[in-house]
Design a protein around this ligand. Structure first.
Ligand code: GDP
Ligand code: IMO
Ligand code: MG
Length: 420
């Protein structure tokens, strides 16, 4: 099983790359996250944004599996199914859901909002999809799983969990009711029962034994990981390669290639530290050129230069063996492109990402020559080649794919050369 994941703060372009390489695989499996994700695919002039459903869904013959590590909001899931059906995808034939995946309840969403409101200025900037409270119920051993839909005591268990959530909501001083959203949710639950469910771990074991090729698709990114991200400004799941094992029930010794997706610069949406952030005209130019607005929430994304200590950290904790560099076209026309090679922390120079990336970190930059739009239209210009080689040398991993536009076709595959 190969793994593809985000090497920065999410929105690196994972959806695009999964769609491009999906024909090489029999199964594409999402291993964590939920509708906080927004994976964009563009081909034949149409844009599709996926939240829960894996990004192999437009490739005929590919099985798309929602793994046990994913949290599913039945309402958002059904909306996604309908829009895929409207686009002519025979989604029911192509989709499997793990029975162990946890359900997002309307009260989880309300709890997410209440918790964020209480945090005030310290808020995480969550997508308000109920992700944190759902994973809290999972690890707190109170959660509801997809398999519970088929149990006779489903209604009682649901009512009991809602009562618990209502007590918590009243402690938060939350006003209002979830009754409206509840009706839509209960209706969606009825429909969810008709989708194919599997024991994901057994399904993938059999698939791998019979020689099928499986790609695990990550959501969010390494720096949003619950353990290794910029805690507490993170999401609530394991976004790193180890999360592919627990989120799908596949053993570590079955993992092959691990591809890290990164942008030629950095973005972050929501709160939290971001050492190379640019709060100036340069950052604004990146946001405009890169259309850096969230695929799920529409919020403007914070932008900054590429951060090599952070990328090296992602290579280390994930065991990334190949990198895909996205959106180099966005930097077209900059005379100089900067790259953060080190941090200065308390006056000390370091190339390691510390556990606490406070605002006291000062990035140290190297300047490189930029590239122009005309030469990018012909392929990879020499200045961009130099930029790529500098990154490969700094992180010790080859960049095997370069993306120069959002469309499926705007992709250049490069030979996997060994990097010393
Ligand atoms: P994901 O969450 O990692 O799948 O990434 P998102 O879809 O949230 O954000 C990536 C955005 O960049 C989407 O709008 C893509 O259409 C777009 N995109 C992907 N690759 C490229 C690229 O190489 N160049 C440009 N200009 N846009 C890209
Ligand atoms: P994809 O898969 C970018 C961010 C939120 C917030 C933090 C916690 O499209 O790359 P959550 O709702 O998970 O509790 O929010 O994580 N976040 C993302 N940022 N891309 C994503 O997904 C994200 N999913 C969550 O903005 O800062
Ligand atoms: Mg996204």
């Amino acid at each position: 099983m190969d793994v593809l994941l985000g090497a920065q703060w999410g929105d690196e372009g994972k959806g695009k790359v999964v769609d491009v390489i999906a024909p090489d695989y029999d199964v594409i499996a999402r291993f964590q996250g939920g509708p906080n994700a927004g994976h964009t695919l563009i081909f034949e002039g149409t844009k599709h944004v996926l939240h829960t459903i894996p990004s192999g869904v437009f490739r005929e013959g590919t099985v798309n599996l929602v793994g046990n590590g994913v949290v599913v909001d039945p309402v958002i899931f059904l909306r996604e199914v309908r829009s895929l059906e409207a686009a002519g995808v025979n989604i029911r034939a192509a989709l499997l859901l793990s029975r162990r995946a946890h359900l997002i309840l309307p009260t989880h969403r309300a709890l997410d909002a209440a918790s964020e409101a209480e945090k005030g200025k310290q808020r995480i900037g969550s997508t308000l999809k109920g992700i944190g409270p759902t994973y809290m119920d999972k690890t707190g051993r109170n959660g509801m799983r997809l398999s519970d839909l088929f149990q006779p005591d489903f209604a009682e268990r649901y009512a009991s969990l809602v009562r618990k959530h209502e007590r918590l909501l009243s402690q938060f001083g939350h006003e209002g009711s979830v009754k409206e959203t509840e009706a839509e949710w209960l209706d969606a639950i009825e429909q969810l029962r008709s989708f194919s469910t599997v024991d994901c771990e057994h399904y993938l074991d059999a698939a791998l034994r019979s020689g099928k090729r499986v790609l695990a698709e990550g959501a969010q990114g390494t720096l949003l990981d619950i353990d290794f991200g910029t805690y507490p400004y993170v999401t609530s799941s394991s976004t790193i390669s180890a999360g592919a094992c627990t989120g799908l029930g596949v053993a570590p010794n079955r993992i092959g290639t691990i591809t890290g997706i990164f942008k030629a610069y950095c973005t972050r949406v929501g709160s939290g530290p971001f050492p190379t952030e640019l709060n100036d005209a340069v950052g604004e130019r990146m946001r405009t050129a890169g259309h850096e607005f969230g695929s799920t929430t529409g919020r403007p994304r914070r932008c900054g230069w590429l951060d090599l200590p952070a990328l090296r950290f992602a290579v280390m904790v994930n065991g990334i063996s190949e990198l895909a560099m996205m959106k180099a076209d966005v930097l077209c026309g900059f005379d100089t492109v900067r790259i953060c090679t080190h941090y200065k922390v308390n006056g000390q120079l370091t190339d390691r990402m510390p556990y606490d990336v406070t605002n006291g970190i000062e990035p140290v930059y190297e300047d490189m020559r930029g590239w122009d739009a005309a030469s990018v239209a012909q392929g990879v210009p020499s200045e961009l080649e130099t930029y790529i080689s500098r990154i490969e040398e700094a992180v010790g991993v080859p960049i095997t794919l370069v993306s120069l536009g959002p469309d499926r076709k705007e992709t250049i595959h490069r030979k996997a050369e060994r990097v010393a």
